[in-house]
Design a protein around this ligand. Structure first.
Ligand code: FE2
Length: 347
């Protein structure tokens, strides 16, 4: 089942233009585009006439013209023109989806209930500017979203799957601390590494050499948003009591986890850094390196899903490091229960 009562990343801002984009989100075909004022719009990607994808049509004066028989829809999903007749059947309207553009990402509300704007994550770090430089990307994984949640909540895999970029021995060996807030649906995983190797990901972008202190503080907002607060600094230079942290380099690594189907998920990512601001060379390096890291995850999760598809029973033996992932799973189960209760209440 899908958790519809949540905001999901639907697209990178850079993906949307006056050329409609087709994307399957929570099993629904969605067409997204920008109108002439730059506003982002999402409509059901199915013409109610004969079911042709509206995303294969084109925008004319901010109206989407179906590429099959020319039925035309405005940005509110209202059919405004049918070729060959004046009367427009009222059933011809298409569903619209609330979208919110925030910096590098566009969020969508997939529930038919009113959008809950209080649950929309705030992401000021995703605005590329004087405080943060941002690079983004997206990848599709042929795996259930749960495998991506497991992956992101247990970063000890960096040591083995992402060796040579972000993985160093200490990521796997340093103990974690886990907190979970059942009410807010947030899981925190803290890993503070002291006097450890500086991986190429940071050595090549910060200028730090040799040993460093490296913090990985995860915030997972179930079901769809993940933020890794990364701090790297010379050894023995913690933040000052007043919060100033001038010796450190900070990066926030964001993931939007957006199920496409039951067995595929969009992995939207963004890196925001507070150093080397506006440096195109650093941006290019990070973008390439992160795209490689994400591809390594994609390959691994595809393998796991193929195994699951074989139908053989998979048994899992969990250890201490899995506490974050297990908390997240519990939270997702309670969200599923809430979703079922909400559906039943409607009947
Ligand atoms: Fe990974």
């Amino acid at each position: 089942m899908f958790l519809r009562h949540a905001w999901y990343v639907a697209a990178l801002s850079s993906e949307l233009s006056e050329q409609p984009l087709a994307r399957t989100i929570l099993g629904e075909h969605v067409a997204m585009y920008r109108d002439s004022t730059g506003r982002v719009v999402a409509l059901a990607d199915t013409c109610p006439h004969r079911g042709y994808p509206l995303s294969l049509g084109r925008l004319v004066d901010d109206q989407l013209v179906c590429g099959y028989h020319g039925f035309t829809f405005d940005c509110d999903g209202v059919c405004v023109s049918v070729p060959g007749q004046d009367r427009i059947p009222s059933k011809l309207a298409v569903r619209t989806y609330p979208l919110v553009e925030q910096g590098a990402w566009v969020w969508i509300w997939m529930s038919r209930e009113e959008p809950d704007y209080a649950r929309l994550p705030e992401t000021p770090w995703l605005i590329d500017g004087e405080e943060w430089s941002v690079v983004t990307g997206a990848a599709k994984i042929d795996a259930h979203v749960g495998l991506l949640v497991d992956n992101l909540l247990d970063l000890s895999h960096e040591t083995f799957l992402h060796q040579g970029s972000i993985g160093t021995p200490e990521v796997a060996t340093t103990p974690i601390e886990v907190e979970s807030d059942e009410e807010a649906k947030v899981v925190n995983v803290y890993r503070h590494m002291s006097d450890v190797e500086c991986p190429p990901f940071y050595a090549n972008t910060t200028g730090l050499r040799g040993r460093i202190d490296r913090w990985q503080d995860i915030e997972y907002f179930a079901p769809s948003f993940y933020k890794l607060n990364s701090r790297v600094a010379p050894v023995g230079q913690p933040p000052l009591p007043d919060g100033r942290d001038d010796h450190a380099f900070h990066m926030k690594i964001f993931y939007g986890l957006t199920p496409s189907t039951e067995t595929s998920v969009w992995d939207f990512w963004a890196l925001s850094r507070d150093f080397a601001l506006g440096d195109a060379e650093v941006s290019n390096f990070l973008e390439k390196m992160q795209a490689n890291v994400v591809q390594e995850d994609v390959d691994a999760l595809n393998v796991l899903q193929r195994r699951a598809n074989d139908g053989q029973e998979i048994t899992e033996v969990s250890i201490k490091i899995d506490r974050g992932g297990l908390s997240a799973r519990r939270m997702l189960m309670s969200l599923e229960e809430a979703e079922i209760a909400r559906e039943l209440a409607k009947k």
